[in-house]
Design a protein around this ligand. Sequence first.
Ligand code: F6P
Length: 192
Amino acid sequence: PRSIFFSRHGESQYNVEGKIGGDSALSSRGMKYARALPDLITDNIGNAPLTVWTSTLQRTIQTGQFLPYNKLTWKALDELDAGVCDGMTYEEIEKAYPEDFANRDNDKFNYRYRGGESYRDVVVRLEPVIMELERQDNILIFGHQAILRCLYAYFHNLSQADLPYIKIPLHTVIKLTPKAYGCDEERYALPI
Ligand code: F6P
């Protein structure tokens, strides 16, 4: 059976600073994760074919850089666009846009950032990615928190209300193996 591997990018400079969005590079911890991945993946998959998909953002590309597999970058895998809030911390957003902050809390799936996207928007833009995923053999995706929540919810059939709260930790590879109904799941957390 084929598998789909998901991982967030390694810890980024913006993660360290608590800022959302952006296109920052990996932190030194994030780089350690990138260096540890080849052993983890190769031990898991052996000689089977694998293709690595990343977003166009440097933190996902850097995370995959040491893996000896064919790679493809997808703009559709870029993180949820936070519009005017891109590059801010949650504290800064709450201060600058208190109503928006409360609205997001009330309906996180439908809340659309000013000049940016909602989770609903992201689900729509991921449709071609999901169509392609359904046709492919083993795929490893280096993505972002919001993106992986949408993909994970698709494969596990989770509701729109739960989707924006799914826990997708850093430095963890999630392996999904689709079955007739639903998916088996394994997680590999790297102590970085
Ligand atoms: O903080 C990392 C991050 O990927 C941000 O870039 C993004 O806006 C956020 O997570 C998505 O998570 P949430 O929807 O819970 O704010």
